[in-house]
Design a protein around this ligand. Structure first.
Ligand SMILES: [Zn+2]
Length: 72
């Protein structure tokens, strides 16, 4: 992984802060809460709701984690 742990990174309007190799705290610009997200899971309402009907759904927090992890 090219990103460093415990360093904040901007991804679009979010800040991604990796706490370990798999999980990051993601903060949205308009959100009061830090969301814990990995490349396959997130605790935001959108993901909780959408994954029920679409198991392959990826919210923007998961997408941000994936993009950081896949950075060359
Ligand atoms: Zn999410």
């Amino acid at each position: 992984m090219a990103v460093r742990l415990k360093e904040p990174y901007f991804v679009d309007d979010m800040v991604v802060y990796f706490i370990n190799e798999n999980e990051a705290l993601v903060t949205d610009y308009d959100c009061r809460w830090e969301l814990r997200a990995s490349d396959s899971n997130c605790e935001c309402c959108t993901f909780m709701f959408r994954k029920r009907v679409n198991s392959g759904f990826v919210c923007r927090h998961i997408d941000a984690v994936r993009r950081m992890k896949n950075k060359p």
